[in-house]
Design a protein around this ligand. Structure first.
Ligand SMILES: [Zn+2]
Length: 268
Protein backbone atom coordinates (compact mmCIF):
# COMPACT_ATOMS: atom_id res chain seq x y z
CA UNK A 1 0.00 0.00 0.00
CA UNK A 2 1.29 3.44 -0.96
CA UNK A 3 1.60 5.97 1.84
CA UNK A 4 0.47 9.44 0.76
CA UNK A 5 2.23 12.48 2.15
CA UNK A 6 0.23 15.26 3.73
CA UNK A 7 0.69 17.58 0.73
CA UNK A 8 -0.27 14.91 -1.81
CA UNK A 9 -3.38 14.15 0.18
CA UNK A 10 -4.24 17.84 0.23
CA UNK A 11 -3.72 18.15 -3.54
CA UNK A 12 -6.05 15.22 -4.21
CA UNK A 13 -8.58 16.59 -1.76
CA UNK A 14 -8.46 20.03 -3.45
CA UNK A 15 -9.11 18.44 -6.82
CA UNK A 16 -12.17 16.52 -5.72
CA UNK A 17 -13.57 19.54 -3.90
CA UNK A 18 -15.72 21.50 -6.28
CA UNK A 19 -14.60 24.98 -7.10
CA UNK A 20 -17.31 27.54 -6.43
CA UNK A 21 -17.80 30.69 -8.49
CA UNK A 22 -19.23 33.96 -7.27
CA UNK A 23 -19.55 37.67 -7.93
CA UNK A 24 -17.99 39.44 -4.98
CA UNK A 25 -17.22 42.78 -3.36
CA UNK A 26 -13.97 42.98 -1.35
CA UNK A 27 -14.85 44.12 2.19
CA UNK A 28 -11.55 43.63 4.01
CA UNK A 29 -7.95 42.59 3.37
CA UNK A 30 -5.70 41.41 6.17
CA UNK A 31 -2.04 40.45 5.61
CA UNK A 32 -1.46 36.81 6.40
CA UNK A 33 2.18 36.54 5.41
CA UNK A 34 4.52 38.55 3.22
CA UNK A 35 2.75 37.43 0.05
CA UNK A 36 -0.62 36.16 1.25
CA UNK A 37 -3.71 37.82 2.49
CA UNK A 38 -7.03 36.86 4.07
CA UNK A 39 -9.81 38.49 2.09
CA UNK A 40 -13.37 38.93 3.32
CA UNK A 41 -15.86 39.09 0.47
CA UNK A 42 -19.55 39.84 0.28
CA UNK A 43 -20.70 37.57 -2.54
CA UNK A 44 -24.00 37.63 -4.38
CA UNK A 45 -24.31 33.84 -4.31
CA UNK A 46 -23.08 32.87 -0.82
CA UNK A 47 -23.15 36.03 1.30
CA UNK A 48 -20.07 36.90 3.33
CA UNK A 49 -17.05 34.60 3.28
CA UNK A 50 -13.36 34.68 4.17
CA UNK A 51 -10.75 33.20 1.85
CA UNK A 52 -6.99 32.81 1.91
CA UNK A 53 -5.37 34.38 -1.16
CA UNK A 54 -1.88 32.97 -1.60
CA UNK A 55 0.34 35.34 -3.55
CA UNK A 56 -2.29 38.09 -3.28
CA UNK A 57 0.22 40.84 -3.92
CA UNK A 58 2.15 39.21 -6.74
CA UNK A 59 1.89 41.49 -9.71
CA UNK A 60 1.12 38.94 -12.41
CA UNK A 61 -0.50 36.46 -10.06
CA UNK A 62 -3.87 34.68 -10.37
CA UNK A 63 -5.65 37.68 -8.85
CA UNK A 64 -4.38 40.29 -11.30
CA UNK A 65 -4.71 43.25 -8.90
CA UNK A 66 -8.43 42.53 -8.38
CA UNK A 67 -8.00 42.32 -4.61
CA UNK A 68 -8.43 45.89 -3.51
CA UNK A 69 -10.90 47.31 -1.00
CA UNK A 70 -14.42 47.58 -2.47
CA UNK A 71 -13.55 46.24 -5.91
CA UNK A 72 -16.21 44.09 -7.50
CA UNK A 73 -14.78 40.90 -8.97
CA UNK A 74 -15.57 37.41 -10.21
CA UNK A 75 -13.95 34.85 -7.93
CA UNK A 76 -13.31 31.11 -7.89
CA UNK A 77 -12.65 29.46 -4.52
CA UNK A 78 -12.40 26.07 -2.88
CA UNK A 79 -14.83 25.77 -0.03
CA UNK A 80 -13.53 24.32 3.21
CA UNK A 81 -15.77 21.53 4.41
CA UNK A 82 -15.53 22.22 8.14
CA UNK A 83 -14.55 25.57 9.59
CA UNK A 84 -11.40 27.37 8.55
CA UNK A 85 -10.88 29.57 5.57
CA UNK A 86 -11.85 28.94 1.99
CA UNK A 87 -9.03 29.02 -0.54
CA UNK A 88 -9.18 31.63 -3.27
CA UNK A 89 -7.91 30.35 -6.59
CA UNK A 90 -8.94 33.09 -9.01
CA UNK A 91 -10.16 36.70 -8.99
CA UNK A 92 -11.00 38.80 -12.02
CA UNK A 93 -11.66 42.49 -11.68
CA UNK A 94 -15.07 43.76 -12.79
CA UNK A 95 -15.20 47.29 -11.32
CA UNK A 96 -12.76 49.19 -9.19
CA UNK A 97 -14.19 51.54 -6.55
CA UNK A 98 -13.01 55.00 -7.50
CA UNK A 99 -14.57 57.68 -5.30
CA UNK A 100 -14.96 61.00 -7.07
CA UNK A 101 -11.76 63.05 -6.91
CA UNK A 102 -11.43 65.36 -3.88
CA UNK A 103 -14.64 63.93 -2.50
CA UNK A 104 -13.80 62.62 0.94
CA UNK A 105 -17.51 61.98 1.53
CA UNK A 106 -17.69 59.37 -1.23
CA UNK A 107 -14.58 57.60 0.06
CA UNK A 108 -15.88 57.48 3.64
CA UNK A 109 -19.31 56.40 2.40
CA UNK A 110 -17.63 53.44 0.67
CA UNK A 111 -15.72 52.45 3.82
CA UNK A 112 -18.91 52.77 5.85
CA UNK A 113 -20.78 50.51 3.44
CA UNK A 114 -18.05 47.86 3.81
CA UNK A 115 -18.20 48.17 7.60
CA UNK A 116 -21.98 47.66 7.63
CA UNK A 117 -21.83 44.61 5.35
CA UNK A 118 -19.10 43.12 7.55
CA UNK A 119 -20.99 43.78 10.77
CA UNK A 120 -24.60 43.13 9.80
CA UNK A 121 -24.35 40.00 7.65
CA UNK A 122 -23.41 36.42 8.54
CA UNK A 123 -21.11 34.02 6.72
CA UNK A 124 -22.80 31.93 4.05
CA UNK A 125 -26.09 33.77 4.48
CA UNK A 126 -26.79 35.08 0.96
CA UNK A 127 -28.72 38.30 0.31
CA UNK A 128 -28.53 38.80 -3.46
CA UNK A 129 -30.78 41.87 -3.41
CA UNK A 130 -28.56 43.53 -0.81
CA UNK A 131 -25.53 42.69 -2.96
CA UNK A 132 -27.18 44.45 -5.92
CA UNK A 133 -27.98 47.52 -3.79
CA UNK A 134 -24.37 47.65 -2.55
CA UNK A 135 -22.97 47.35 -6.10
CA UNK A 136 -25.32 50.10 -7.34
CA UNK A 137 -24.40 52.43 -4.49
CA UNK A 138 -20.65 51.88 -4.95
CA UNK A 139 -20.98 52.70 -8.63
CA UNK A 140 -22.99 55.84 -7.85
CA UNK A 141 -20.36 56.97 -5.31
CA UNK A 142 -17.74 56.74 -8.06
CA UNK A 143 -19.74 59.20 -10.12
CA UNK A 144 -19.77 61.95 -7.51
CA UNK A 145 -23.46 61.60 -6.93
CA UNK A 146 -25.10 62.69 -3.71
CA UNK A 147 -23.16 60.60 -1.16
CA UNK A 148 -25.53 61.51 1.67
CA UNK A 149 -28.57 60.19 -0.20
CA UNK A 150 -26.66 57.08 -1.32
CA UNK A 151 -25.75 56.23 2.27
CA UNK A 152 -29.31 56.73 3.53
CA UNK A 153 -30.62 54.59 0.69
CA UNK A 154 -28.11 51.85 1.44
CA UNK A 155 -28.79 51.88 5.19
CA UNK A 156 -32.57 51.67 4.84
CA UNK A 157 -32.34 48.89 2.25
CA UNK A 158 -29.89 46.98 4.43
CA UNK A 159 -32.26 47.30 7.40
CA UNK A 160 -35.24 46.19 5.29
CA UNK A 161 -33.51 43.26 3.57
CA UNK A 162 -31.96 41.99 6.81
CA UNK A 163 -35.27 42.23 8.67
CA UNK A 164 -34.38 45.12 10.99
CA UNK A 165 -36.45 47.96 9.58
CA UNK A 166 -37.78 50.22 12.35
CA UNK A 167 -41.54 50.73 12.42
CA UNK A 168 -42.31 54.19 11.01
CA UNK A 169 -46.04 53.83 10.30
CA UNK A 170 -47.46 51.93 13.29
CA UNK A 171 -46.83 52.17 17.02
CA UNK A 172 -44.08 49.64 17.75
CA UNK A 173 -45.85 48.58 20.96
CA UNK A 174 -49.57 48.34 20.11
CA UNK A 175 -49.62 48.55 16.29
CA UNK A 176 -51.88 51.59 16.13
CA UNK A 177 -51.39 53.70 12.98
CA UNK A 178 -49.62 56.96 13.87
CA UNK A 179 -51.39 60.00 12.42
CA UNK A 180 -49.19 62.80 11.00
CA UNK A 181 -48.24 65.23 13.78
CA UNK A 182 -45.69 67.95 14.50
CA UNK A 183 -43.66 65.76 16.87
CA UNK A 184 -43.69 61.98 17.17
CA UNK A 185 -42.04 59.84 19.84
CA UNK A 186 -39.52 57.33 18.51
CA UNK A 187 -38.24 54.53 20.76
CA UNK A 188 -34.62 53.75 20.06
CA UNK A 189 -34.78 50.61 22.19
CA UNK A 190 -37.92 49.15 20.61
CA UNK A 191 -37.01 50.43 17.13
CA UNK A 192 -40.08 52.40 16.11
CA UNK A 193 -42.60 55.14 16.70
CA UNK A 194 -44.82 55.19 19.81
CA UNK A 195 -48.42 56.37 20.14
CA UNK A 196 -49.41 58.75 22.94
CA UNK A 197 -50.85 55.85 24.91
CA UNK A 198 -47.66 53.77 24.82
CA UNK A 199 -45.19 56.65 25.28
CA UNK A 200 -45.32 57.18 29.10
CA UNK A 201 -42.61 55.48 31.13
CA UNK A 202 -40.46 54.40 28.16
CA UNK A 203 -36.73 55.04 28.20
CA UNK A 204 -34.49 56.07 25.27
CA UNK A 205 -37.25 57.87 23.43
CA UNK A 206 -36.45 60.76 21.10
CA UNK A 207 -38.87 63.25 19.65
CA UNK A 208 -38.88 63.33 15.84
CA UNK A 209 -40.32 66.09 13.70
CA UNK A 210 -43.18 65.19 11.36
CA UNK A 211 -40.88 66.11 8.41
CA UNK A 212 -38.17 63.69 9.55
CA UNK A 213 -40.68 60.87 9.94
CA UNK A 214 -42.14 61.52 6.48
CA UNK A 215 -38.60 61.53 5.01
CA UNK A 216 -37.82 58.19 6.70
CA UNK A 217 -41.03 56.66 5.34
CA UNK A 218 -40.19 57.91 1.85
CA UNK A 219 -36.66 56.54 2.08
CA UNK A 220 -37.91 53.23 3.42
CA UNK A 221 -40.29 52.65 0.53
CA UNK A 222 -38.51 54.74 -2.09
CA UNK A 223 -36.66 53.72 -5.14
CA UNK A 224 -33.19 55.19 -5.59
CA UNK A 225 -34.23 57.81 -8.13
CA UNK A 226 -36.76 59.35 -5.72
CA UNK A 227 -34.11 59.44 -3.02
CA UNK A 228 -31.50 61.05 -5.29
CA UNK A 229 -33.84 63.75 -6.50
CA UNK A 230 -35.15 64.65 -3.09
CA UNK A 231 -33.90 67.76 -1.28
CA UNK A 232 -33.86 67.07 2.43
CA UNK A 233 -33.43 70.09 4.69
CA UNK A 234 -30.29 70.21 6.77
CA UNK A 235 -32.00 69.99 10.18
CA UNK A 236 -34.13 67.05 8.95
CA UNK A 237 -30.97 65.34 7.70
CA UNK A 238 -29.57 65.72 11.20
CA UNK A 239 -32.62 63.97 12.65
CA UNK A 240 -32.38 61.13 10.10
CA UNK A 241 -28.71 60.59 10.93
CA UNK A 242 -29.59 60.53 14.62
CA UNK A 243 -32.20 57.78 14.15
CA UNK A 244 -30.03 55.71 11.81
CA UNK A 245 -26.82 56.12 13.83
CA UNK A 246 -28.67 54.84 16.87
CA UNK A 247 -30.48 51.99 15.11
CA UNK A 248 -27.29 50.71 13.48
CA UNK A 249 -25.11 51.06 16.59
CA UNK A 250 -27.76 49.14 18.52
CA UNK A 251 -27.75 46.30 15.95
CA UNK A 252 -23.96 46.09 15.82
CA UNK A 253 -23.62 46.37 19.59
CA UNK A 254 -21.14 49.23 19.07
CA UNK A 255 -20.79 52.47 17.19
CA UNK A 256 -19.48 51.92 13.63
CA UNK A 257 -15.90 53.21 13.27
CA UNK A 258 -16.86 55.29 10.25
CA UNK A 259 -19.94 56.85 11.86
CA UNK A 260 -18.25 60.12 12.86
CA UNK A 261 -16.90 60.50 9.32
CA UNK A 262 -20.41 60.61 7.90
CA UNK A 263 -20.49 64.35 8.65
CA UNK A 264 -18.28 64.76 5.56
CA UNK A 265 -21.27 63.72 3.49
CA UNK A 266 -23.06 66.95 4.32
CA UNK A 267 -21.43 69.31 1.88
CA UNK A 268 -23.60 72.41 2.15
ZN1 LIG B 1 -49.15 52.28 21.04
Amino acid sequence: MVELTQSTRFAIFAQIMSAEKATAIVLRLVDFSESSSVVTFFTREYGKLGALAKGAYRHKGPFDSALDLLTCCRIVFLRKSSGGLDLLTEAKLEHRFRPAAHNLGSLYAGYYLAELLLGLTDEYDPHPELFDVAATVLEALSKNDNAMAEVLFFELNALRLLGHMPSFENCVECGKVIAPKKRIAFSQLAGGVLCAGCRPGKRHVVSLSGEALEALKDLARGNIEDVRNKEIERNVRGELRGVLNHTISHLLGRKPKMQDQLRFLDSD
